[in-house]
Design a protein around this ligand. Structure first.
Ligand SMILES: [Ca+2]
Ligand SMILES: [Ca+2]
Length: 268
């Protein structure tokens, strides 16, 4: 009888963890699935320069890959409009990224500008940068309108999840955002608050454009990619759940089902 009670407790605990994700109002912006591999430009509303392509990550998962191997001072970019965080509302953008090797500067962010040319056009953004990190590492920072703060040292060849909670106010004093980061597909949320109350560099209208940028810088350019995937939006407020189903979570649910069945049998 004691074993039966413990199994039921485990089942309730897991159901409580899963329920918020099922109720969340995530809308898929893009997962790149079903696209033919090759140039991203023109597919499903994306505008992209030539170094941004759709490819497999090696596990049949389609991703957007972009890099910065052009002349120093140039930008490669990919952006897609229509994912709206309206003025005077709060929304949450989620995305995942992966650096295939040592990279120079990449940015991911949101803007109300129609055709962002560089990071100065992005209202809310994070920066991935080689900085002074050793091989296999790079740094992650959050823009605070002027500088970049919230340093984290990250690993290449690792998926990371990012939440940007965007409070799109109607004046600079109320336009702020928070950034959360966690490795992999971990549902152990809310993850790590990297930086709170970052400021938008200008008063925004509707944040309507999600953008990735790769910046070429001296003394060298990068021949390795950043992958971008699993872009989601919840335009109804703060959402720190993970929108991507985790393969091992399905295994847990399968185990819970078996546990409940065992509990039922032991009652009988
Ligand atoms: Ca994908
Ligand atoms: Ca605004």
């Amino acid at each position: 009888m004691h074993i039966t009670i413990r199994l039921v407790n485990v089942a309730i605990c897991v159901v409580m963890l899963v329920t918020p994700a099922l109720q969340a109002a995530w809308q898929l912006i893009e997962d790149f699935e079903g696209m033919t591999y090759g140039a991203l430009n023109g597919k499903n509303g994306w505008v992209a320069s030539s170094k941004a392509v759709v490819q497999s990550d090696g596990t049949a998962n389609a991703v957007a890959a972009y890099r910065n191997s052009g002349p120093v001072g140039t930008y490669e970019r990919l952006y897609k409009s229509g994912a709206m965080v309206n003025n005077a509302t709060t929304g949450t953008i989620f995305f995942m990224f992966y650096a295939t090797g040592d990279i120079l500067r990449h940015y991911v962010g949101m803007t109300d500008k129609g055709s962002p040319a560089n990071e100065g056009a992005l209202a809310a953004l994070v920066r991935l940068d080689k900085g002074g990190e050793p091989a296999g590492k790079f740094e992650f920072r959050v823009s605070d309108g002027g500088g970049f703060d919230g340093y984290r040292q990250l690993n290449t060849a690792t998926w990371y999840s990012v939440w940007m909670v965007l409070r799109n106010g109607t004046a600079s004093a109320t336009e702020r955002y928070d950034v959360y980061l966690t490795p992999g597909f971990s549902p152990a949320l809310p993850g790590d608050l990297v930086f709170a109350n970052a400021t938008f560099p200008f008063v925004c209208g509707n944040l309507s454009n999600v953008c990735g940028l790769a910046e070429s810088r001296s003394p060298y350019t990068s021949v390795t990619n950043v992958w971008l995937d699993y872009l989601y939006l919840d335009k109804a407020g703060v959402n720190l759940t993970h929108p991507v189903p985790e393969p091992c979570l399905l295994l847990v649910l399968g185990g819970v089902t078996a546990g409940l069945e065992l509990a039922h049998r032991s009652r009988g």
